[in-house]
Design a protein around this ligand. Structure first.
Ligand SMILES: [Zn+2]
Length: 462
């Protein structure tokens, strides 16, 4: 079913030729989507957290129907699903693609996008009056896009490439697949989900209805990003109760809870802070501290890719609180650690061929895959633990969640190409020559990259 031959890097002509109709369609879709404000709202108790997400979901559903997807639905939470039926008699696994339809609450979500054709490599002035610019000294990655098409904001909002680029790329790839029935493929499922940015929408995702064993989210950054590792995450809440008394009579009696809090922070590893770590290095982050002499409350985030190190970090903060309790027996120190999300890597490792397929699909599209650990969480991580292993692919965007967000049209085109190539790769079928075998019942197992993907029964009659 899948070829496990070595991957070779070779120049191939793009399936979407430069300045193609496909390119125009991607651009038009993207510009339309980012002009609609679908910002999520962390203060809302509803899913979707804003009514505009539901309206956008219905618009996307109509668009999927118009290009020929089947069984398109929008549920009450604004989750859009649509399907392309298998067009081959052969047994080919179903595959899914997912993007989120909200934008971050960090900045205004209604964008007036600006386009630079054939970028010349100079600093990009976004908003002169407010001194918002993309200078090549701070953002040297711009220089790799000389001659390409850059889309940025007018400085009043974020762009919304996160994740409307993912939506535009998936829909454009689906249109290509529907219009090219000569490409054999299995069932393809597509979903667009609300409230990713506030971490609530994916809880309502119906994995069974989606009906695939694996999927990819399109929610990554620059060209070539392929992500299947994210942080293990927990939060720690520490309550410290001291003893307040008139300072004149305090000797031997006062216990200042704020000073114990400061001691606790000082006992944590000094170099394990977000501003001092990168890559696979984890951290403790004090996100909130409020207190007076009598009572202090601290909130920490604990982040680590490696599970053993993660457990050790959780234990460390608890031991530290315990140690302080022993040092101050008249104080009352309470530390509660709560898990938030887990690293999807262990779930992806069980089906690692989906990473190999994504790498192959990128190389076929002339892209060098970059496997990078996510220093955060994704919807894909939650889906992986709901039974749908779900690595993340690039969209082509940079500087998400702010006014300096930008995207490169040529990278978006490569993302659509990668989706099509993944579908082609999954669609490759295996032929079994059974004429030399005696009649009987056989069990055959598909093994790719030393992993068992599926076992089927075959009855051979003569
Ligand atoms: Zn996103």
């Amino acid at each position: 079913m899948f070829s496990s031959s070595r991957f070779t890097i070779q120049k191939k002509c793009c399936i979407f030729a430069k300045k193609s109709i496909m390119n125009d369609k991607l651009l038009n879709r993207f510009l339309r989507y980012v002009s609609i404000n679908t910002q999520s709202n962390p203060d809302s108790k509803n899913v979707p957290s804003t009514p505009s997400q539901l309206a956008f979901a219905k618009m996307l559903a109509d668009e999927l129907r118009n290009i020929g997807l089947e069984n398109v639905s929008v549920d009450k939470h604004g989750i859009v699903m649509g399907f392309v039926a298998s067009n081959t008699e052969k047994e080919v696994p179903a595959i899914g693609f997912i993007a989120h339809l909200d934008t971050s609450p960090a900045a205004c979500g209604k964008c007036n996008p600006q386009i630079i054709n054939q970028y010349d490599g100079k600093d990009i002035i976004i908003d002169k009056a407010n001194n918002i610019l993309l200078d090549t000294k701070t953002y040297p990655e711009l220089l790799q896009y000389i001659g390409q098409t850059i889309i940025h904001t007018d400085g009043s909002s974020l762009l919304g490439a996160d994740d409307k680029a993912g939506i535009a790329e998936i829909i454009t790839a689906m249109e290509y697949i529907v219009n090219h029935p000569e490409i054999p493929h299995g069932k393809i499922a597509v979903a667009f989900t609300p409230d990713e940015e506030i971490g609530t929408g994916i809880d309502y995702f119906d994995v069974e209805k989606f009906g695939t064993k694996y999927a990819y989210t399109l929610d990554g950054g620059q060209l070539g990003e392929l992500e299947y590792e994210n942080f293990n995450a927990a939060k720690a809440t520490i309550h410290i109760e001291g003893i307040d008394i008139h300072p004149g009579d305090a000797k031997g009696k006062m216990i200042n809870s704020q000073l114990i809090a400061m001691e606790l922070e000082a006992m944590l590893p000094k170099n394990e802070k977000p501003e001092l770590t990168s890559g696979y290095e984890g951290f403790f982050l004090l996100t909130d501290i409020q207190g007076n002499i009598e009572k202090t409350q601290m909130e920490y985030l604990i982040r680590e890719h490696d599970t053993a190190k993660f457990e050790a970090k959780k234990q460390f903060i608890q031991n530290t609180a315990q140690q302080l309790q022993e040092n101050y027996p008249l104080a009352n120190i309470n530390c509660t650690v709560t898990d938030q999300y887990r690293n999807m890597r262990e779930k992806i490792e069980e089906v690692f061929f989906i990473i190999s397929i994504a790498e192959k699909a990128m190389i076929e599209a002339d892209i060098i895959p970059m496997k990078v650990p996510i220093r955060g969480g994704t919807d894909g991580a939650k889906l992986s633990f709901k039974g749908l292993p779900c690595p993340n692919l690039f969209t082509g965007g940079h500087n998400f969640h702010g006014k300096r967000e930008f995207i490169v049209l040529e990278s978006m085109e490569k993302a659509s190409q990668t989706i099509v190539n993944i579908i082609k790769e999954f669609g490759k079928s295996l032929t079994v020559y059974a004429s030399a075998l005696p009649a009987g019942m056989y069990l055959y197992t598909l093994v790719v990259d030393n992993q068992i993907i599926d076992t089927k029964r075959m009855i051979l009659t003569k």
